[in-house]
Design a protein around this ligand. Structure first.
Ligand code: ADP
Ligand code: TRP
Length: 323
């Protein structure tokens, strides 16, 4: 199957990105034909400092490599290294009704959080549709927040196919791949973990910083002795995703029986996080020490991605009467 996903270089990656998306990227690289990219065109809607954008792009590439993407098995690239994306985006935008974009929750959210209501932000889902359709993707691993964007992608593809497809379909319709257990990873305040809510734990923070941040997790005032419900407690919800099975079972039992305080769970969560990412942290130091290797991966990824993209773009251009 052709797998494709992208992640914006708009800040350091957090454990919600890891569980909701990157862990699936790594799992799906086995036995599939996977394309993963750093969505820098998309990040232009929020990052306005050129030096910072360059740094974020390079950081996210390094992070993805460190977390286990194997450049010999996947095509790892930077979105703007494939300018064909923007051309396809225009072809798609020409058949996209305004109403579909007006109902986008993510656009409304971002404007409410203070991002300017610019056309790029409004048209963001069409650019995302171009990303996906340009590679004939079958499956797109993402978190729950991207579900609506995937629906729009399918709608736009169908619309284009109907308008221009004649007897053959131009675009393949992709499916989202969203794992229920990690569809929405909670942040330090119990809301969805997100850069824009300032409630994140970064994957590659120093261990001391991770341990400290975890202590800020907001909990209720249930006393240590009282039984607690592990099924509804967001702190346990996060702990169980990183703990070893025996630790998870022990803490779960003590929640139900009473006798475990949130303070202890926070300390154990901090340790579990530091341990989970220890190997990735070592690999990261290697990549950071060899920027020329990262540059090679980027260039090779761009060449492969462009070759695939060109064919699909030509199909779309020809279908609508260009060239
Ligand atoms: P953020 O919301 O922090 O800006 P992004 O939009 O860059 O994160 O998300 C990149 C990927 O990580 C997407 O696939 C998104 O669905 C996923 N993701 C982000 N936050 C979470 C979360 N809290 N739980 C599950 N998946 C998430
Ligand atoms: N919009 C996605 C996010 O904020 C990033 C993204 C851009 C993406 N293009 C994509 C995800 C294509 C999947 C497929 O997380």
């Amino acid at each position: 199957m052709r797998i494709l996903s992208g992640i914006q270089p708009s800040g350091a990656l957090h454990i919600g990105n890891y569980l909701g998306a990157i862990r699936q990227y790594v799992a799906l690289q086995e036995g599939n034909d996977a394309y993963y990219f750093v969505a820098d065109y998309h990040a232009l809607t929020s990052v306005r400092d050129p030096a910072l954008l360059r740094k974020y792009v390079s950081d996210v590439l390094i992070d993805l490599l460190s977390l286990g993407l194997d450049p010999d098995r996947v095509v790892l690239f930077v979105q703007s290294d494939v300018p064909e994306t923007v051309e396809l985006s225009w072809l798609l935008t020409s058949v996209t009704p305004m109403g579909w974009l007006e109902k986008c929750v993510s656009y409304k959210d971002k404007v409410q959080q203070g991002l300017p209501a610019e056309h790029g932000l409004f048209a963001y889902p069409v650019l995302q549709a171009a990303d996906i359709l340009l590679y004939d993707a079958d499956l797109v691993p993402v978190g729950q927040d991207q579900k609506q964007h995937l629906e729009i992608t399918r709608d736009v593809a169908e619309r284009f196919n109907n308008v221009y497809g004649k007897k053959k379909e131009v675009f393949r319709l992709p499916e989202p791949y969203i794992l229920d257990s990690v569809a929405v990873v909670p942040g330090l305040d119990g809301r969805k973990m997100s850069k824009s809510y300032n409630n994140t734990i970064e994957i590659f923070d120093e261990p001391a910083v991770i341990r400290k941040k975890v202590k800020k997790f907001v909990t209720d005032s249930t006393p240590v002795e009282a039984p607690k419900n592990p099924d509804t407690d967001p702190l346990f919800g996060l702990f169980k995703l990183f703990a070893k099975p025996e630790d998870r079972d022990e803490v779960e039992r003590r929640y139900r029986e009473g006798g475990i305080g949130y303070g202890e769970v926070k300390i154990r969560l901090g340790e579990a996080l530091v341990e989970t990412f220890a190997a990735a942290r070592e690999r990261r130091a290697e990549w950071v020490a060899h920027p020329e290797r990262v540059a090679e991966v980027r260039a090779a990824g761009a060449a492969k991605a462009r070759a695939t993209a060109r064919k699909v773009l030509d199909r779309a251009r020809s279908a609508c009467g260009l060239g």
